[in-house]
Write a protein that binds this ligand. Structure first.
Ligand code: DOR
Length: 419
């Protein structure tokens, strides 16, 4: 049924809109509210803000192969509850997304999901780092980006070749920056790792990866997107590269904006991810880098793991879920903290990621696909048991956040509603 939302605060940065108005959705696309007639579903938008659906550039859906953690349908339910209407699904599944068959499996299953799923093909077979995939075959099957996320592309010459072919095909390469020979610890290397007697991951492991990808992008004048930036040193390198005209874009995640390595003193594996939570200096640098445009986007690195897997603090796999809390957490730190306006936050979570991925999202112009999210400034406390995905490993548990997603529309269909 067509949908009419009245008296709502509309923030649509792409069209320079920040005003109270009405929204009309007809046959799955945004239409002129003046043309609404007949049998429409009316939503009272008073006290709510409408923004284009969020675009999350970094999601692990775990399907195929690890559906005890998450699957395409459950992951997209989590997306809908967080206002995310488009997401980029990473290839570290079982099997890896290194064949056209696996790409097709994901795209077919995603047809019935509550979000638009864009698939990342891997750069190397099995994420092994040494044997390139057939990028053209993956592209024909429908991939929207390339990455070995979860791991770096170990062979630099394969990374350079992938960046070149991706640029010709006009799809992004998103880089998990890590020197595998330096990495391997469990938490940030420093004060807390020493205190706990746990092997640390040095910031140099991430920074060496960031430096390598920037060097490739600069040398060959090719685009690169840097995933989950967590160090002030990587942010400085990206800032410098942008000033020099290197085609680099970057994302960070809400946990790096709100939390630090101090959380690890709780010895709870829900606070362990890769890259790890770092220091207060790093946290503040992520905020500065968002403010000055060094970091273009906020993505979640939604990485579900079961409670059983997360039970042992040291042995547990890295990763934290994030899609249901990303907007609320970012709003709390950045908008309530006086760093970004609401419109600037929407650019970081919807418009910019849509443009990096080159997809028809991040806008509410008349004629665009009707993907939107309604939220309210309202305090709520994160209860893992009330989240909608299969796994509960959130580092935001127990925190009070300052905004709540109230309704999500994807392709003209209401996919989440708590009004
Ligand atoms: O913490 C992480 N979890 N970092 C990664 O790079 C991979 C991810 C996962 O797949 O669990």
């Amino acid at each position: 049924m067509d949908i009419f939302i009245n008296n709502v605060h509309i923030i649509d940065p792409d069209n320079n809109v920040d005003e109270i108005g009405d929204i009309f959705i007809k046959n799955g696309i945004f239409a002129d509210p003046g043309t609404a007639e007949g049998n429409v579903h009316i939503i009272n938008g008073e006290g709510l803000t409408a923004v284009p659906g969020l675009v999350d550039l970094h999601v692990h859906l775990r399907d195929p192969g690890q559906t005890q953690k998450e699957d395409i349908i459950s992951g997209c339910k989590a997306a809908a509850a967080g206002g995310v209407t488009s997401l980029l699904a990473m290839p570290n599944t079982e099997p890896t997304v290194d064949s056209p068959e696996t790409v097709k499996y994901i795209l077919e299953k995603a047809e019935n999901a509550d979000a638009h799923v864009y698939v990342v093909g891997s750069v190397t077979k099995g994420l092994g780092g040494h044997e390139p995939t057939d990028i053209d075959a993956l592209y024909e099957a429908g991939i929207a980006a390339l990455s070995d996320d979860g791991r770096p592309v170990e062979d630099t010459s394969i990374m350079a070749a992938a960046m070149k072919r991706a640029a010709e095909l006009d799809i992004p390469v998103t880089a998990h920056c890590e020197d595998p020979y330096l990495a391997g610890g469990k938490i940030n290397e420093g004060e807390i790792s020493e205190k706990l007697g746990i092997k640390g991951m040095p910031r140099a492991a991430e920074d060496a990866g960031t430096a390598r990808e920037i060097a490739l992008a600069a040398a060959y004048d090719l685009p690169i997107h840097i995933c989950h930036v967590s160090t002030y040193t990587s942010a400085a390198m990206i800032r410098d590269a942008k000033k020099r005209g290197v085609k680099v874009t970057a994302e960070t995640a809400p946990h790096y904006l709100m939390l630090t390595e101090q959380e690890l003193l709780q010895k709870d594996a829900d606070y362990r991810m890769n890259p790890p939570l770092r220091t207060e200096r790093d946290r503040l640098a992520m905020i500065d880098a968002l403010k000055d445009g060094t970091i273009d986007a906020i993505a979640t690195d939604h990485a579900p793991h079961t409670p059983e897997e997360k039970a042992d603090f040291v042995a547990a796999p890295n990763g934290a879920i994030g899609m249901e809390t990303s907007f609320a957490a970012a709003y709390t730190v950045l908008v309530k903290g006086g760093i970004l306006t609401e419109s600037e936050l929407v650019q970081k979570m919807s418009c910019n990621p849509a443009s990096i991925l080159g997809i028809p999202a991040g806008t509410m112009y008349i004629g665009a696909p009707a993907d939107l999210m309604l939220y309210k400034e309202e305090e709520w406390t994160v209860d893992p048991d009330k989240l909608h995905g299969k796994s509960k490993n959130t580092p935001f548990k127990g925190l009070t956040l300052a905004a709540k997603v109230k309704l999500t529309i994807c392709g003209g269909k209401i996919v989440y509603n708590e009004l």
